[in-house]
Write a protein that binds this ligand. Structure first.
Ligand SMILES: Cc1cc2nc3c(=O)[nH]c(=O)nc-3n(C[C@H](O)[C@H](O)[C@H](O)COP(=O)(O)O)c2cc1C
Length: 197
């Protein structure tokens, strides 16, 4: 299963485009699941280190809906709106709270492909940095960050929403980066299957 996580607090461009990315992957034969941070009660990591001893998070909130999906996922698509030039707080909280599942199984994300989607209201509002922040999480965990490829050189999928879903849907360059990145993501999944045989 490929897990998509939307870091937007609303059902607008980020969640919609993530849904489209997952649909593209379904068309390539993958099972997918979309988890939205929207409407969830998920607090920031407290750094209490309870998880290091007890291998689970002390904060029993909606993150417990996400933990089993993270454990099951063979690949990840993290999608964030751009807030103040970087990823949203919601996306960051989801990432930080993985500490508990990683405390239980430190190598559980290793070798899993991950792609990033960033959607900003401005054309160059920080999408690239937001993508790189997501990639940093992937790198820290030994995952394989997937880009859109060297020709065109996009690091991930980036969209210009003008703050509306309608405008995001018209962003042809954004869709081009999304198609390229999902294609490379699927290629990476297949390559991994081959070398793991
Ligand atoms: C608190 C806040 C900060 C924002 N900062 C930026 C920014 O730095 N750069 C940018 O391009 N867009 C910024 N935006 C606009 C959002 O990235 C844009 O509206 C995006 O489409 C929101 O995603 P959504 O449609 O999924 O809600 C900001 C929006 C909010 C609410």
């Amino acid at each position: 299963m490929i897990l998509g996580i939307s870091g937007s607090p609303r059902n607008m461009a980020t969640e919609h485009i993530l849904g489209m990315a997952l649909k593209m992957l379904e068309e390539k034969g993958y099972e997918t699941e979309l988890f939205a941070m929207r409407g969830k009660n998920i607090s920031p990591c407290r750094h209490c280190d309870y998880c290091l001893k007890n291998k689970e998070c002390i904060v029993k909130d909606d993150m417990y809906q996400l933990y089993p999906l993270i454990r099951e996922a063979e690949g990840f698509v993290l999608a964030t709106p751009v807030y103040n030039g970087s990823m949203s707080a919601q996306m960051k909280i989801a990432i930080d709270r993985t500490r508990a599942t990683l405390a239980a199984e430190p190598r559980s994300l290793r070798r899993k492909p991950g792609m990033a989607i960033a959607i900003g209201g401005d054309r160059m509002g920080g999408q690239e940095l937001a993508v790189q922040q997501i990639h940093t999480f992937y790198i820290l965990n030994g995952m394989i960050p997937v880009s859109g490829g060297f020709f065109g050189a996009n690091l991930g999928a980036t969209f210009w929403s003008h703050d509306t879903l309608e405008e995001a849907e018209k962003d042809e360059e954004g869709f081009r980066s999304l198609r390229k990145t999902t294609r490379r993501f699927a290629e990476t999944m297949e390559w991994l299957k081959k070398i793991e045989k």
